[in-house]
Design a binder for this molecule. Structure first.
Ligand SMILES: Nc1ncnc2c1ncn2[C@@H]1O[C@H](COP(=O)(O)OP(=O)(O)O)[C@@H](O)[C@H]1O
Ligand code: SF4
Ligand SMILES: [Mg+2]
Length: 415
């Protein structure tokens, strides 16, 4: 660790540090194969005209070509401002939404186009935890019927075994097993989220998509629920796609993190790299906005990178790099050519023509030669663009942006 490196507590509030820090940050199982691989996933929502004949007049490009993978039993975090496409991504993976394009490989199966009938077995293996524990539970059903419903729908256990299983699940999530006959309104927010978690666990899933699972809870309760999710992950080997906007919590829960902006992933890396050496100006701005408890204690604060302008509409996103209208580094090439997702380290990818550590961004685009364009983004006559691997995972070779050479993984860096 260099002197400039942050400790996990740097990004936490004092209350988060008190409750979360005693629990070690999650690690991914070594050598785990991916359980989920998402490749070039897209979801466009049609925009209709008003009036009697409603024609499609545009598309909301909510998710536009995202690729990532989640290791079996491990976690990937997904962060980004509101509206950048996180929930849509989660809902595509659980197939609550039909993808417009791309692949979703779960185990050996591509589930992107599977029919509703074919999805039934998958519904057992991939479950979702929702943000709002107040609206995600049916107020007219008892906890017992909410948690037990999946068992009956999937016809998994005989009727007389449902209640004991429900009670076991309530106990696992830290609720009183005798409270199965109560209604959601009789529980606090944190307890309701535990009910939602018990329901998600009922069918023993392999992957949980947790969409802002603690955002609606008080900070101290948030940490308890995170501790519970960590324990469950360890005990049952569940993989998580963990969607959140709290960067401290994501750092604690997720060994790898992807950053989204306007429907695309702009940077993805292991937690140490992402939090200490982010290479994308957007990641750098996001991190600079997090309150710095340690600095504040000595009367200082982290230098804040202010983003100007509003997030553009996903109906008509900017050409080239979608971040260019707010990027302090944008140049001509950024408007003309979309930056490819370039692997720049053993477990680090970034989509920026001027990728580099904060304060060390290059003057000339690192991508130009690879793309066969000049520094202004105009195609070079006779140039052959390099093949840039755009798959979901990492490879054993990458492009070092400092030396502009291809590097190969050492044996201990191999993925
Ligand atoms: N069902 C829908 N119909 C039309 N647009 C949608 C729908 N769901 C989400 N969107 C739009 O897609 C974009 C991404 O939304 P969402 O995935 O909810 O973002 P996040 O979870 O990151 O806040 C937003 O612009 C949102 O308005
Ligand atoms: S490609 Fe250009 S506009 Fe986009 S993040 Fe990099 S410097 Fe900014
Ligand atoms: Mg959301």
């Amino acid at each position: 660790m260099t002197q400039a490196d942050h400790t996990p507590e740097d990004f936490m509030t004092a209350e988060q540090a008190r409750v979360l820090a005693p629990h070690a940050p999650s690690v991914n199982p070594t050598g785990a194969k991916p359980i989920l691989q998402v490749e070039n996933l897209r979801k466009y929502f049609p925009v209709k005209s008003s009036g009697l004949i409603r024609r499609t007049i545009g598309q909301v490009q909510a998710v536009d070509g995202v690729s990532f993978e989640v290791p079996a039993g491990g976690s990937l975090g997904l962060v980004g401002e509101s509206g950048c496409g996180k929930s849509t991504t989660g809902r595509l993976i659980t197939r609550l939404y039909e993808p417009t394009g791309g692949a979703i490989r779960f185990g050996d199966q591509d589930i992107a186009q599977t029919s509703a009938r074919g999805l039934k077995p998958l519904r057992r293996e991939i479950q979702m935890i929702f943000q709002d524990p107040y609206t995600s539970l049916n107020p007219r059903h008892t906890v017992g019927s909410i948690v037990g419903a999946p068992l009956q729908i999937h016809d998994i256990v005989p009727k007389d075994k449902v209640l004991p299983r429900v009670q076991e699940l309530l106990e696992i999530v830290g609720l009183n097993p005798e409270h199965y006959n109560r209604y959601p309104h009789e529980f606090s927010g944190g307890q309701r989220q535990r009910i939602g978690i018990a329901r998600a666990l009922t069918l023993q899933p392999k992957l949980l998509v947790a969409d802002e699972p603690v955002s609606a809870l008080d900070v101290s309760i948030q940490a308890q629920v995170i501790n519970l999710l960590q324990d469950l992950q360890k005990e049952f080997g569940i993989a998580f796609l963990f969607i959140a906007h709290d960067l401290a919590i994501v750092r604690h829960f997720c060994p790898e993190v992807a950053v989204m902006y306007l429907g695309k992933i702009v940077e993805i890396a292991d937690r140490e790299t992402l939090y200490n050496r982010p290479h994308h100006p957007y990641t750098q701005a996001l991190l600079s906005a997090v309150p710095d408890v340690k600095q504040a204690a000595i009367g200082g604060r982290r230098e804040r990178i202010r983003l100007t302008g509003d997030v553009p509409s996903p109906i008509n996103p900017p050409s080239g790099c979608r971040f260019r209208t707010r990027c302090p580094l944008a140049q001509e090439i950024c408007a003309k050519v979309e930056p490819p997702m370039l692997q720049v380290g053993p477990r680090h990818k970034v989509a920026c023509h001027f990728a580099g550590e904060i304060g060390k961004h290059p003057e000339q685009p690192v991508t130009a030669k690879l793309l066969g364009v000049d520094d202004y983004g105009t195609a070079e006559p006779g140039a052959t663009p390099s093949e840039i691997e755009q798959g979901p995972g990492f490879t054993d070779t990458w492009f070092d942006v400092n030396t502009r050479t291809v590097r190969h993984a050492t044996p201990d860096q191999r993925s």
